[in-house]
Design a binder for this molecule. Sequence first.
Ligand code: ZN
Length: 199
Amino acid sequence: MYEGAVQELIDELGRLPGVGPKSAQRIAFHILEADPEDMKRLATSITTVKERVQFCEICGNVTEEATCSICRDTRRDPSVICVVEESKDVIAVERTRSFKGRYHVLGGSINPIAGIGPEQLRIRELMTRLSDEQIQEIIIATDPNLEGEATATYLGRLLQSIGVTVSRLASGLPVGGDLEYADEVTLGRAFEGRRSVSS
Ligand code: ZN
């Protein structure tokens, strides 16, 4: 245990995802030894992001306005929605340039062990969009892992009764991974080869 502020910083850093006690200590000492101006910028960007950034009222993507730039873009196809887990997946799909519709960000995936069920995700908001907007196809692009598959199966069943075409990305994505780790070509192909889940 270090004294006061140093230990507090280590504890805070250790709460971040993927940062273990050793990394927390290493980052804390990096901060201590770094240029004060650089660290002030880091602190400011954390404060700014918490003050300015919010979630899009329509799709749940991160934005600095009430709605995100994709939802505001009238050139995007309003009849297709790609359902993803996180905002970072929107970035991954956008990189492929093979999707021209809009998104719906769930805010995670179904994970009973972590206590995350359908109610914790933005599924109700998706259903509202389906009743309000002219949507013909839903492409489920959850991560190719256990939780992502569980979420896709759940959504597939839920959406079947509504009369929209529901499709799932084609296989070929690295199994067990994260959508963002797939390269653009692979992800682009998975989009083009998407298969209907309604049968
Ligand atoms: Zn949006």
